[in-house]
Design a protein around this ligand. Structure first.
Ligand SMILES: Nc1nc2c(c(=O)[nH]1)N[C@H]1C(S)=C(S)[C@@H](COP(=O)(O)OP(=O)(O)OC[C@H]3O[C@@H](n4cnc5c(=O)[nH]c(N)nc54)[C@H](O)[C@@H]3O)O[C@H]1N2
Ligand SMILES: Nc1nc2c(c(=O)[nH]1)N[C@H]1C(S)=C(S)[C@@H](COP(=O)(O)OP(=O)(O)OC[C@H]3O[C@@H](n4cnc5c(=O)[nH]c(N)nc54)[C@H](O)[C@@H]3O)O[C@H]1N2
Ligand code: SF4
Ligand SMILES: [Mo]
Length: 763
């Protein structure tokens, strides 16, 4: 069997280009990498990639700072009583981690173990293998970063559509970005190309709703510069205009929507002049924006953290969707559509009666415990408190609200294990740390497959051997289950033999085994890795976990898989799809739809848009009496804690020298505010919030309005070029945030709306 990383056409290894993807944001643009030994010396866009078509942003070129960081872990680590760590060998680590997890489960029950993480921007196979561990141990409680950003939107999507929808910004006549700065944060394929195309086309328009004149706002035709946190008023005024000026697409609603009357009646009551004033946007601009939207053939909308992490976030998700619903922009090019999934990231059974979290009681949306409720469910004497955490590919001490509380959480747990490539802020407090091979040293993929009418997935092969001392997560999970006695080696041997005979034989044997032992399905990823995986090319074993997903996709969307070019008999469709995923380094289009079919892809009970969400309509009515300003004399500024900039990428790259600009991660402030605080560019400034205090470097920047300040995302990581522990660069945003400052439905934090005060720090 040849190593799939080898590319036979070029024999000089230093000249070979290896295909993979950039892992720094959800786009996962296809790239080609030239290696010199283990260094990634050149990186360029992969023009043959089905989704990104050669596009990358400047960040992809700096991936070597992830791959070859001095912070890479090379041995399992065990925490001593005094808080220091000692290296242990893999057998010891696996044995002890398994025993400790089983110990907590047996003493307190599997509900007392919380699983957190399961993948970042580009490594979602981790999550599939984590699911095997959870199912094997009966762990039900889990969470990840989606439960601090997207669960409010998912709740609304569940009620309205029963599924997730995608906007088509490549073709939309009007593109609307709400609390989203795609120029820097991306979020759809070829983002900057698309933004520039819109900007250069007189027939197309861009609407940006943002308190800051962002890089995207600079390209907008309609820039609604709201006061921070007032988006609900702005959107209500836009919708009020659409309704009150008779711009609603009535025939669309009659045919495709259930119960629009109550919300239309409520929007008829909106005082447009007053709401415009309350959000700080000129009423004429709001009215002309509404008219432009209503006149367009197609409208697509994208929200993100600017509103998801701010007041009224769930209501804002509802209102922004009403914008395109009321003008009927659905199911045609440039409009909103549902899409297929290879592995769904969310479950959309929203009912308003979600299960509640242990101890704290918040809604568990899409199976995820709200991140902001985790600390309170650990730091308590409550008998139902979490006693252990299994954390993989996430850094909650740094990335979740209230870092100081999170440090207490890690100390309070009876047991914790972290799987990561680096000794992160979270790893530094865990009972055990298990070192993972990097995302270029193992097979990986992303489940962010959200496109329509063509939806694509990229499985990438390792381009480097695993760093010595590391293992892939699939191998770790497999070893943990074996250690716990949950793998039946006899069944594995017979399934492996069947896999060697052929796919059909394997499918039949798996089916038969699962009939006798239903629990095998729950540990499917590990079982497939151990059996079918061993017949795949070297390095690709863990991709076997996608075999189930490929079969399911073929069963769910046979016509669309066929339309994507898989011209085989029904019973071979899943295998053909799976083989294509294993073989292609350029991504595989796995479904192709016609636009008309999007109506059939709604998953509500009547397959229509269920416009009436009573809780949201009540909130819309209550908006009239809601505050627009949460500042106080003590905290006269609104801090957006965690802005995406040119050189931020969550906490994926720890080495600060990867940043070509803004190495310290400055606090941005407008010139008037800078003058009144008494600071100039490059000065140091103290920021104090209800959560804590920190000192940052000042950048005077008039894209901000008075009273609004921002700090970048992902700063405040410790790193030393010499290895070992070291300097912290910049402000860790969650040293300034608290867990109680959050949305009432989804529990998502108000990170973009943290009350703050400022003082110049004398030199
Ligand atoms: N470069 C880079 N790209 C990334 C990431 C990264 O770390 N760095 N992270 C990725 C991830 S995980 C995510 S979730 C996305 C997030 O992507 P975005 O949500 O686009 O990123 P942010 O910069 O956090 O916030 C977007 C905008 O919200 C605005 N904003 C702040 N307060 C308000 C408000 O009250 N109302 C409105 N309407 N807007 C407001 C900000 O001014 C900002 O322009 O980015 C992804 N892409
Ligand atoms: N204040 C504030 N806080 C925020 C935000 C904000 O805007 N403001 N943004 C939030 C958002 S939207 C998000 S998505 C979260 C992101 O926060 P997290 O979910 O914690 O994710 P990352 O920062 O991407 O960290 C991923 C971890 O994966 C590790 N890693 C990299 N490759 C591998 C691998 O192959 N295997 C394993 N096991 N580990 C690996 C990295 O070293 C890193 O520790 O941050 C959130 N935190
Ligand atoms: S950071 Fe995102 S947009 Fe930029 S190259 Fe990487 S995947 Fe593509
Ligand atoms: Mo995110």
């Amino acid at each position: 069997m040849t190593d799939v990383a080898e590319q036979p056409t070029e024999t000089d290894p230093t000249k070979q280009w290896h295909k993979t993807v950039c892992i720094l944001c959800s786009c996962n643009c296809g790239v080609e990498v030239r290696l010199d030994d283990r260094q990634m010396v050149r990186i360029r866009g992969n023009k043959e990639h089905v989704s990104s078509k050669g596009y990358t942003c400047e960040k992809a070129l700096r991936l070597n700072h992830y791959q070859n960081a001095t912070s890479r872990l090379t041995s399992p680590m065990r925490r001593r009583d005094d808080g220091t760590y000692e290296e242990v060998d893999w057998d010891t680590a696996i044995k002890e981690v398994a025993a400790r997890l089983v110990g907590v489960r047996d003493a307190h029950g599997p509900e007392r173990i919380l699983y957190y993480g399961g993948g970042g921007q580009g490594n979602h196979l981790v999550g599939a293998f984590g699911a095997s561990l959870r199912n094997a141990m009966g762990i039900k409680n889990r969470s990840n970063a989606l439960a601090q950003e997207k669960t409010g939107e998912a709740w609304v999507d569940g009620r309205l559509f029963g599924t997730h929808l995608h906007g088509d910004f490549h073709h939309a006549e009007v593109s609307i970005f709400v609390g989203k700065n795609p120029w820097h944060s991306h979020g759809f394929d070829e983002t900057r190309r698309v933004l520039k195309d819109i900007n250069n086309d007189d027939n197309r328009s861009m609407v940006v709703i943002d308190p800051r004149r962002s890089e995207t706002a600079d390209l907008a035709d309609y820039f609604l510069q709201v006061k921070p946190g007032t988006d609900a008023f702005c959107l209500a005024a836009l919708l009020g205009t659409i309704v009150q000026e008779g711009l609603v697409n009535k025939s669309f609603l009659t045919e495709n929507a259930t119960d629009p009357e109550a919300v239309i009646a409520e929007l008829n009551k909106v005082d447009i002049a007053s709401y415009s004033e309350r959000c700080g946007v000129d009423e004429d601009l709001i009215r002309s924006t509404a008219r432009r939207i209503a006149a367009a053939d197609s409208v697509s909308v994208l929200e993100d953290l600017g509103t998801e992490m701010a007041p009224n976030s769930t209501l804002v998700s509802y209102l922004q969707k009403l914008v395109w619903i009321l003008v009927g922009s659905f199911g045609r090019p440039g409009a909103m559509t549902p899409h297929t999934s290879m592995v769904p990231l969310f479950s959309y059974g929203a009912t308003g009666n979600e299960p509640s979290s242990p101890v704290t009681g918040g809604a568990v949306i899409s199976g995820l415990v709200p991140c902001n409720e985790i600390p309170a469910a650990v730091l308590t004497d409550h008998p139902d408190r979490y006693r252990a955490m299994f954390i993989e590919s996430a850094n909650p001490v740094h990335s979740l609200a209230g870092s100081s509380e999170w440090r207490d959480v890690m100390e309070a747990l009876d047991f914790s294990v972290v799987i990561d490539v680096a000794m992160t802020e979270t790893a530094k407090l865990a009972s055990y740390v298990l070192p993972a091979s990097s995302q270029f040293e193992k097979v990986e993929t992303t489940f962010f497959n959200l496109s329509f009418p063509d939806n694509a997935m990229t499985v990438r092969a390792p381009i480097l051997e695993p760093l010595e001392g590391t293992l892939s997560e699939p191998e770790m999970h497999s070893r943990l289950l074996r250690e716990m006695g949950l793998l039946d080696d006899e069944i594995i041997a017979s399934l492996r033999a069947a896999a060697e005979t052929g796919r059909k034989e394997f499918a039949a044997a798996f089916m038969e085994a699962a009939m006798g032992k239903p629990e095998l399905a729950g540990i499917g990823a590990v079982m497939l890795y151990e059996t079918l995986g061993q017949t795949l090319p070297k390095g690709m074993e863990a991709a076997a976990a996608l075999w189930f997903s490929a079969q399911q996709a073929a069963m769910r969307y046979p016509a669309a898989v066929r339309a994507a070019g898989f011209d085989v008999a029904d019973e071979d469709l899943g295998d053909a799809l799976f083989d294509a995923l294993i073989e292609s380094r350029d991504g595989v289009v796995f479904t192709h739809h016609e636009y008309e079919q999007s109506f059939d892809m709604l998953k509500t009970h009547d397959q229509k848009i269920n416009v009436h969400i009573p809780e949201m309509v009540a909130d819309l009515a209550a908006l009239a009496d809601k505050p627009t300003d949460y500042r106080t004399d003590e905290y006269p500024f609104v801090l957006a804690a965690g802005e995406r900039r040119a050189f931020t990428a969550n906490t994926i790259i720890r080495d600060p020298s990867w940043r070509k600009r803004d190495q310290q991660g400055s606090l941005r402030i407008c010139s008037d505010d800078a003058t009144s605080v008494g600071v100039v560019d490059g000065d140091r400034i103290r920021i104090t919030t209800p959560g804590g205090t920190a000192v940052a470097v000042v950048e005077v920047n008039d894209s901000l309005q008075p009273g609004h300040i921002t700090l970048p995302n992902g700063m405040g990581l410790s790193y030393s070029p010499a290895g070992g522990d070291a300097e912290v660069t910049g402000v860790a945003p969650n040293d300034l945030t608290t867990n109680d400052w959050r949305d009432e439905y989804a529990g998502t934090p108000w990170h973009k709306h943290v009350p703050a005060r400022l003082e110049a720090v004398p030199v």
